[in-house]
Write a protein that binds this ligand. Structure first.
Ligand code: NAD
Length: 532
């Protein structure tokens, strides 16, 4: 493993210099979009370098109240704006994100510590979501006219009504993608959004709001309130008409309880313990190369990333050798360019979890083939990409999500065993199957309990195909983003049925008994005619 020359020379501890991580003028420009200041500020620093990012203002209850009041007023007007005009904002937003990517990449890197490679994944994600919903919103939001109870006489129209003000509560690991790509469909559907980004990555979310304003989004429609989720989450949910939450399964339960108390809708995108299956006929070289990307994107701090690999006995040695070699070759470091493959973890608690999982496994007999140690010489939260074998039930890493750069590799002897092992989890977010026989791989994929399964890819094939829904099974949450589902969750339907000429009741002089007989004949006739 190669380390960054300039970083390797810096002493552990890493309070490198007092220089700010981002230009103060940029930070001031972005903070304008936060409804905050009523509660004491918190200090946010760059994980990779220790540089100061901002003294981040926090929102009081009054700030949150204000944000929702403003959002409600703005939303009432926005709902009247034709969808084609709302769509134009998304198109301009798409162009701005691509044109100004250097600025937002710097912010994402400063706030998360991830490499530019993985920060760019977020730019791509937001661009494709903006493009998709810009192209589909008019079709998805158009009124429908399904058949009425009595053909011709009953005219039915289904309209779409925005929910109102949507709360988007997003975590820190993919701060641009998870803040913007869920807000865009809500906005284009006619809602306002009050975002509660993580404190650590608030400026990224504020940049997205700033870009949307410059793309023509009216003021007040997309605002951010700032604060720890455990402090202000309840206040936000208490005022929202719908909650879109991304984070851990444990917090998802709290969100569901709070939303359930209010009988408002919610969408939960939660954790994963994602499996990758290498079948006997897989192209092992490609599988090993892509698996490395699938395991260690954003240093494994990705809900979709692979934490368990099941390899058929016949290709096990070859796969493990190639996968381990490639893992050891990964270049760690932090710089605002594409020279490093893997960046820093984001918090001390992430390093603590990763260390605890690896140490527990090793103490109970696991073998470390690559990594297995922190790299304080690179920065306080760097940890080497780690490959474990001989992992068994009873080790924490066997079942619990690590959410870091740690993967366990297991030998299996049949497809059935691989599927059984892959499904031995309460999670069900993402999975990957490798085989040269696509039909066989698709058949295996259908047996894996996961909301997305990638054949001959790790996660990007399914995740990047934003016309298809993405979300989890089991404790990975039942929410869906992307595709029609990612927009339709933000609307209510309203059915307007107009009865013409004859009411649906016995005409004067016809008994209820005769009416029932007539309707019985009618129902039978409709079935014979194969009508809906
Ligand atoms: P976490 O649940 O502790 O925190 C996530 C976010 O929720 C944080 O910003 C936190 O401030 C906020 N939060 C905490 N308590 C809250 C409350 N009571 N009300 C409102 N907000 C609250 O999770 P974490 O460990 O920081 O994040 C990583 C987890 O997120 C992992 O489990 C990961 O798999 C999951 N995740 C899932 C997806 C997905 O799309 N399925 C994407 C990214 C991350």
């Amino acid at each position: 493993m190669t380390s960054a020359p300039h970083l390797a020379a810096v002493a552990p501890g890493f309070a490198v210099e007092a220089a700010p991580a981002l230009p103060p003028a940029l930070v001031r420009r972005l903070l304008v979009h936060a409804r905050a200041g009523g509660a004491p500020a918190v200090t946010v620093s760059a994980p990779a370098t220790g540089e100061l990012i901002a003294e981040l203002p926090q929102s009081s209850t009054a700030d949150i109240e204000d944000a929702f009041a403003t959002a409600r007023t703005a939303q009432a007007q926005w709902a009247k704006v034709p969808v084609r005009e709302r769509v134009a904002v998304l198109r301009r937003f798409h162009d701005l994100v691509l044109a100004e990517q250097d600025e937002i990449l710097d912010i994402v890197q400063a706030e998360t510590g991830k490499s530019r490679v993985h920060a760019f994944d977020e730019v791509g994600d937001v661009a494709v979501n903006a493009r998709y919903y810009a192209s589909q919103a008019q079709r998805l939001l158009a009124p429908r006219t399904p058949r009425g109870v009595l053909p011709v006489l009953t005219r039915v129209e289904v309209r779409h009504r925005p929910k109102g003000v949507v709360a988007v509560i997003s975590p820190w690991n993919y701060p641009l993608a998870l803040a913007a790509s869920d807000a865009l469909p809500a906005l284009v559907a006619g809602n306002a959004v009050v975002a509660r980004p993580d404190n650590q990555t608030a400026l990224t979310a504020l940049w997205a709001i700033d870009a949307a304003r410059r793309a023509g989004l009216p003021e007040g429609l997309w605002q951010a309130v700032l604060g720890r989720g455990s402090v202000i989450g309840g206040e936000v949910i208490a005022r929202a008409d719908y909650v879109d939450y991304t984070g851990s399964s444990a917090t998802g339960r709290t969100i569901a309880t709070q939303a359930g108390q209010r009988l408002i809708g919610y969408s939960l995108e939660l954790g994963g313990k994602n499996p990758l299956l290498v079948l006997a006929d897989a192209d092992v070289d490609v599988a090993a190369r892509i698996s490395v990307r699938a395991c260690f994107a954003s240093a494994g701090q990705l809900c979709e990333s692979i934490e368990r690999i099941y390899v058929h006995d016949s290709v096990y040695e070859k796969f493990v050798a190639e996968f381990t070699r490639r893992t050891k070759d990964l270049i760690l470091g932090s710089a605002r360019d594409y020279s490093y493959e893997i960046g820093s973890l984001t918090f001390q608690r992430q390093i603590d979890t990763v260390t605890a999982h690896v140490d527990d496994a090793v103490a109970k007999g696991a073998t470390v083939l690559a990594g297995g140690r922190p790299r304080p010489d690179l920065g306080p939260y760097f940890y080497e990409p780690t490959v474990l074998t001989d992992v068994r039930p009873g080790m924490t890493v066997y079942r619990e999500e690590t959410f870091g750069p740690v993967v366990s590799v297991y030998r299996v002897h049949s497809d059935d065993e691989a599927v059984e092992q892959a499904n031995d989890t309460a999670y069900g977010l993402n999975a990957s199957v490798w085989s040269r026989d696509i039909d066989r791989a698709r058949e295996i994929a259908a047996r894996v309990n996961a909301g997305s399964v990638n054949v001959n890819e790790g996660f990007i094939a399914a995740w990047g195909s934003v016309a298809a829904p993405s979300g989890g099974l089991g404790i990975s949450g039942g929410g869906r983003r992307h595709g029609p589902e990612g927009l339709l969750k933000y609307i209510d339907t309203q059915t307007i049925a107009v009865q013409r000429a004859l009411p649906i009741a016995p005409p004067p002089g016809v008994s209820e008994a005769l009416w029932a007989k007539t309707m019985t004949l009618y129902f039978g006739l409709m079935k014979t005619l194969r009508q809906q």
